[in-house]
Design a binder for this molecule. Sequence first.
Ligand code: ZN
Length: 666
Amino acid sequence: MSQHPLDELVARSRAIGADTSLVVWGGGNTSAKGVVTDHLGRERTVMWIKGSGSDLASATPGDFPALYLDDLVALRAHDALDDDTMVDFVGRAMVDPSARRPSIETLLHAFLPARHIDHVHADSVCALTNHHDGPLAVKEALGDRFAYVDWIRPGFQLSKIAGDLADFDGIVLAHHGLIVWADTSDECLARTRAAVASVDAYLARTRLEARTEPATTSRDVPDLGESDLARLTLALRGRLNRHGRRVLRVDRRLRAIADRADVAEVVAAGVSTGDHMMRIKPWSAVITDPTDTASAVHDVDRSADAYAAYFERERAQLPDGYSMHAPDPLVLLVPGLGAITTGATLRDAEVLADIALHTHTVAATVIDSFGEPSTLPESETFAFDYWPMELYKLSLKPPPPPLAGSVIVVTGAASGIGRGIARHLGALGANLCLADLDAEGLDACAADLRAAGAPAAWTIVGDQTDEVVVAATLQGAVHEFGGADGVVVCAGIGVTGSLQDLSLDTWNRGLSVNLTSAFLITKHALRALADQGSGGSLVYVASKNAFAPGAGFGGYSVAKAGMVQLMRIAALEGGPIGVRANAVNPDAVFDGSGLWSGGVREERAATHGVHPDELEDFYAARNLLGRKVSTDDVARAVAFYLSDDSSRTTGSVLPIDGGVPGAFPR
Ligand code: ZN
């Protein structure tokens, strides 16, 4: 008993998607044809095809809208259809108009009669055609049963051409990919794999034959050292932050490409398929000397200038209302290292590295196998780059959250206010470096973030009064994310006892945890932010007690007053390098806070003459608004200080205390 064609299609699509040599992120598409009963009880033939913007690897039935095949095939009678009309007509054939929009290559699948069709953007198939003798190479690699079609942008015309080639076993689309079909799903997948394997074998043979003399492409490049790498990433991130913040991620898989003497030619050989065009535009930049940060930044400038010039040359192709994509490169090839790729999150940067790996490997394969590459003319790449249908595909992504791409260090993140702040910043899209003494609490905080779908956080366990730990915290931010944009200084402990009773040890411990740790992270953050050169924001979680101290709470209040003064000095010294420093003064935050444990609650309750259980209500009742203050209230204020919404504010204190007249800032 055979499976439902849609189930077969989903299974086959996932198998194809799992093989990144066949398709890269979001690329390629698959279809199946079968019969459904419509709402009037009629049996109708439909085609399920991958929806635009979905990924084969994670495909589910919902990713494959069904379309009435008759309505699609009837379109073949047209001589020509422009893109908008084609998309409109295809949309009218949908069984469920509210389903995911079908692939822009829908008609190509519809005009071929086979029940199952795979269209992959395999690296090797692109390598096979990205040079002057594409037709010959296709014939040698795949034989006469595969048709060769010169580059033509996906659309109605390509669909008609493909439809006329149904007598072949498959089609190679130059600079684009492969189309293979069969009447069963298993056979279709087997044929796709066999065709790609034949091309791989052919390329391997050709590479060997081409290698008559020692390859001139390899050179001996020493490993880039850790400290050079840290300097490089900070400088590059400072430059790239100009057009929106992004994380920088190192990917050593591209080392062999980056070390080639002809790496510039490999990059110039361009992108191999439309997916690559869309995702790694403008294009990769080559860093010539990674140990010289000024020259590396200059390499980025040059790449951006080249993209801007290319846009100027080709912009006449565009209808009104289109503007240039941010011209800065998203991928940087670094000799002695590999690649540094960028994105709003490490995951985004990793996807980009995958695509860059495929793109540049194809180009290198072409150079090694066939000599000079021949890719699409600039005008074609441009048209693809700014093609409305492709822009639509990318527009399916939701708009980025407010702190997307930013990197924030939060100390004291394992519990209480720090953990609440981390949760809030993660929801706003920040990439977090979480520091605390409490390993278990940190793990739990990171797990919270994962469960909430926030970007992956990096954690460091250690005592923030130890300068070695503090230095490692900032180094971690640079190593993991390429730099930092903000620090939330939240590590702290409660210190109770009257001045007469307070032991020197307790006093010192309070100062050390509540103030010295703040000094240390300020020092190391300012150094890193200065090297990065794109400003930053330091936020100090002080206390209402900084302005309105409490008797019997001196060890704490003195440290928090010192923290506010530290913030002011940081604002003075950070201003010239664009680093802002501000403080929040919360009062009586109980939810999740560890401050009240270890006898502090009982002690404060005794001071105010209330029962410990009544302490929270007591504090709420004494503020002007009569409101309890929560961790979320503090977190929102911290996010404001970290965001560009407060870009003209430094040296300020924001009370979050429900209104305590004695603690008004002054
Ligand atoms: Zn395609």
